[in-house]
Design a protein around this ligand. Structure first.
Ligand SMILES: Cc1ncc(COP(=O)(O)O)c(C=O)c1O
Length: 497
């Protein structure tokens, strides 16, 4: 069996190589084969060419790049020697990353707040509760609790009142929904865990955006799924539909997972045309498309025209399974999420739940129901948006001032800034950051197989003077990493081709 899960065409690879900005290095230019090998290695490390993607045959690439076949052969040979390419006669050559380098992928591990001390924690993209709404919601829930106290308390599909409420909210957004299409879960994590287990057995493929949310990627790895990364389009322009169509056609994954609304980590917001096209491509490939709407209410720019929900292109839920959550719009401590899908899918998820967590706490469900019922939800989300906007608008100038060569685009919503760290290793910045008092997750946590070594993710969780201090600590970490100081005996791990 071939070891590749997607393919890059010669024209596409030539375009990607042509689009790379080369550092203007003084002195002698490297030989053509070396420049080509470095270009391909960089594309793999940045996630723009996925790992396990079949590269074009030498002759085809030579033609597309207008270089000799010997140049391409020498570049491929160099990449093989460095562990970035594997080949087998008859099966072709596919991209790889060297074993043990970069760091193994991990999710994010939130630190208990009381253990942080003077550390500025940029590890977690979650904000404090938008009070007074948490207190009010819990008081409202307590008043509604007595009738439930007389039951056994296990509601594997969720409280009927909350299922109805969530269904009504989809209907109000223009997607008619019945409560039988809703299951309340323990956070979006609980929802996605259940979906992965229902639809995909160990070893099955799941296509994911590259980059994507670290803990969901880790959840999928732990479920034994094979991740097929699909690089996001440049900047904030959303999905590259040519790549998506190709992956869905060639790899025929069982599932695909996307964060269409203020993507974590980049903040991208694919438009209606991309949404429609992705749903159509998933439908014709027989792939179930999981649309994670965790960030969907966090638009931060005024007058932003919001695209339609992904499920509006498949209202019956035969192809699209939607996941929602109260964690980002309201508070992560609620641990309330939900799934919207076809009623038979919900029935299967609910019956599988008997062997997982049995249900979601009743009091928290009542609190979210109270918020949605009273209009408190909208007011709380407004507070949440104000906090995130203020933090974003403090962090962005602070980073630009302290770290002018770090590159990013400012998203119109969501909770995160995806930053190319001026040629430095994100893993090394994360290590050194801990020592200078700032906790920041490195890019590879958001990638598959070590991609995004040159990135870090910064959340909109600190503002004002703390944002300034965070930026100055990050600049101190960057100076240490760049100089090699503070990193033990090893040389700095830089990330330029
Ligand atoms: C895109 C995305 N999905 C899911 C989650 C996890 O959500 P929950 O706290 O509801 O489990 C997060 C949290 O950061 C997220 O960003």
């Amino acid at each position: 069996m071939a070891q590749w899960t997607s393919a890059v065409g010669s024209g596409q690879l030539a375009r990607l190589i042509g689009s790379q900005q080369r550092p203007a290095s003084p002195g002698r230019r490297p030989p053509a084969y070396r420049a080509l090998a470095d270009g391909i290695r960089l594309l793999v490390l940045e996630g723009r060419v996925p790992v396990a993607a079949r590269l074009p045959a030498e002759r085809e690439l030579a033609l597309a790049l207008n270089v000799s076949r010997t140049t391409v052969a020498a570049a491929y040979e160099a990449l093989r020697g460095e562990g970035f390419l594997e080949s087998r006669r008859g099966a072709g050559s596919w991209t790889a990353v060297p074993a043990g380098n970069p760091l193994p992928a991990r999710g994010l591990e939130p630190l208990p707040p009381e253990s942080l001390g003077s550390m500025i924690d940029l590890g977690c993209a979650a904000l404090p509760a938008p009070e007074p709404w948490l207190t009010r919601a819990v008081q409202g829930a307590l008043e509604e609790l007595p009738p439930y106290a007389h039951t056994h308390g296990d509601y594997p599909a969720g409280l009927p009142a909350l299922r109805q409420m969530i269904a009504d909210r989809y209907t109000a957004r223009g997607i008619p929904t019945m409560p039988e299409q809703i299951m309340v879960t323990t956070g979006a994590m609980g929802a996605i865990d259940a979906i992965c287990h229902l639809f995909a057995g160990r070893g099955e493929r799941i296509a994911v955006e590259s980059p994507s949310y670290a803990n969901i990627l880790q959840l999928m790895r732990e479920a034994g799924l094979r991740l097929v990364p699909v690089a996001m389009a440049e900047g904030l322009s959303g999905w590259d539909m040519d790549r998506w169509r190709q992956v869905l056609r060639d790899a025929a994954p069982r599932l695909a997972y996307v964060v269409a609304d203020f993507h974590n980590p980049s903040g991208a917001l694919p438009d209606d045309a991309q949404r429609r096209a992705l749903v159509e491509a998933a439908r014709s490939a027989g792939t179930v498309l999981v649309a994670d709407e965790t960030m969907s209410e966090l638009w931060l720019d005024e007058d932003l025209e919001l695209p339609r929900p992904v499920c509006s292109f498949d209202p019956g839920g035969a192809t699209v399974v939607t996941v929602g959550s109260a964690s980002k719009a309201f508070w992560a401590g609620m641990r309330i999420g939900w799934v919207r899908a076809a009623p038979d899918v919900i029935r299967s998820l609910v019956s599988a739940r008997a062997y997982a967590d049995l249900g979601t706490p009743v009091l928290e469900q009542l609190a979210v129901n109270w918020l949605m019922n009273t209009g408190g939800w909208e007011q709380a989300v407004e507070i949440r948006r104000d906090q995130a906007r203020e933090n974003r608008d403090a962090l962005v100038p602070a980073i630009r001032r302290e770290l002018p060569d770090w590159e990013f685009e400012v998203p119109s919503g969501g909770l995160t800034l995806w930053v190319r760290a001026g040629g430095l290793s994100g893993s090394r910045l994360a290590e050194v950051g801990e020592r200078v008092g700032v906790r920041v997750p490195s890019g590879p946590r958001f990638g598959v197989d070590g991609a995004f070594e040159g990135y870090v993710r910064l959340p909109f969780t600190v503002g004002g003077a703390v944002a300034d201090e965070a930026a100055s600590r990050l600049a101190a970490a960057a100076r240490l990493v760049a100089s090699g100081a503070g990193t033990g005996a090893e040389p700095p791990r830089t990330f330029v081709a």
